[in-house]
Design a protein around this ligand. Sequence first.
Ligand SMILES: *Cc1c(COP(=O)(O)O)cnc(C)c1O
Length: 463
Amino acid sequence: MVLHKGKTSRQDRAGGSNPLHGGANPALAAELSLPHVRFRDDALPPDTALQLVRDELMLDGNARLNLATFVTTWMEPQARELMAECVDKNMIDKDEYPQTAELEQRCVTMLADLWHAPDPGEVMGCSTTGSSEACMLAGMALKRRWSKLGRTGRPNLVMGANVQVCWEKFCEYWEVEPRLVPMEGDRFHLGAEQAVAHCDENTIGVVAILGSTFDGSYEPVAEITAALDELAAGGGPDIPVHVDGASGAMVAPFLDEDLVWDFRLPRVASINTSGHKYGLVYPGVGWVLWRDAAALPSELVFTVNYLGGDLPTFALNFSRPGAEVAAQYYTFVRLGREGYRAVQQASRDVATSLADRIGELGPFRLLTRGDQLPVFAVTTAAGVTAFDVFDVSQRLRERGWQVPAYTFPENRTDLAVLRIVVRNGFTHDLADLLLADLSRVVGELGKQPKPRRDPATSTGFHH
Ligand SMILES: *Cc1c(COP(=O)(O)O)cnc(C)c1O
């Protein structure tokens, strides 16, 4: 959430309408302005308030044209109906809503099975508000495990410079040194050799990402764990791995069954995912699972009352809506493995075909092609001097498409890309429309003398 700074100067005009009579005045909404800095003195009829707020929200973008976000922008009407029914349920109130708690537990066990936990019954896990909270919890468990080893140095966490901003937050909030392994040449994510080279006895863990938000590529989790196995076997520190599967943990199990990245690797201690990304639920749900009780120090677990008994919880939040968890369970029931496979395959098909066709346009070079996450990054081809990716992003925005342009981190700040995230509901038809707009835009941009903005002033990107 954005931290808002209070406004001070604007004076609000508060209409003096009588709430009981307001509904009869056809011009009431036109006479009112919304409060910006202080509460109105009087109340408004609900329809008037609804219209005023709804009108203001028209300025928000159209979520279906947003190719920047990984977060679900479309669910079936049945899911919306279920969420509306559960909107008043408080997730923490396990005593009053034991069945919602039961659905959460089922989701955890089903994910444990999906991610090949040797014994899903041993897995500890919970829902969260998203992967950010999930990553905080996983990082706290790693830090606590490390501190029990009795080492005295400053704890550090090893990860690629391409990590999502939540990991930098974790390090700042919990006072852990972030050891960001830089990109190098055409390696845009963490490599096994480089990960191990950054580890020492104060490393609380290595984070491997499935897949990178920068370009949609999967990090080589199995190679990273193998290199750490070797380090430990040679007398070095025994370092656990957390897999940040915010997107990929709900893609790879359905589309890349042979890829070994999960609890099949004994060194993987914990895994998170965003239920609201490729888990296909509206914003507000994530998951984090630990292989077994040993991976989650018991001091971090608190208990809440549950039907007269105690239920363990681990969370940063207390009260939280239960609707997202019900919607996640609905989606698991509704789709099953075959349904998830079909939805994710459709996204991957759209992504790979769109990537290929953008590659064929001429002025672009693909960095990835959407065959891991259904996400790809492109940059301008060598020899394109009239425009840059920032121009393209801005011109697409004029048609309502949101395609972010950003520069890569340290060591490859010379590289600026456009990234396209294909989600459920982004069809081949919409892809055709985007491609038509894109080719028109590059035709026009090709005629300008040089890029409009100085790439040096463009900012990095972390999500
Ligand atoms: C999106 C994302 C996050 C943060 O997830 P939220 O669910 O938005 O809190 C963390 N890591 C990765 C790799 C992501 O893609």
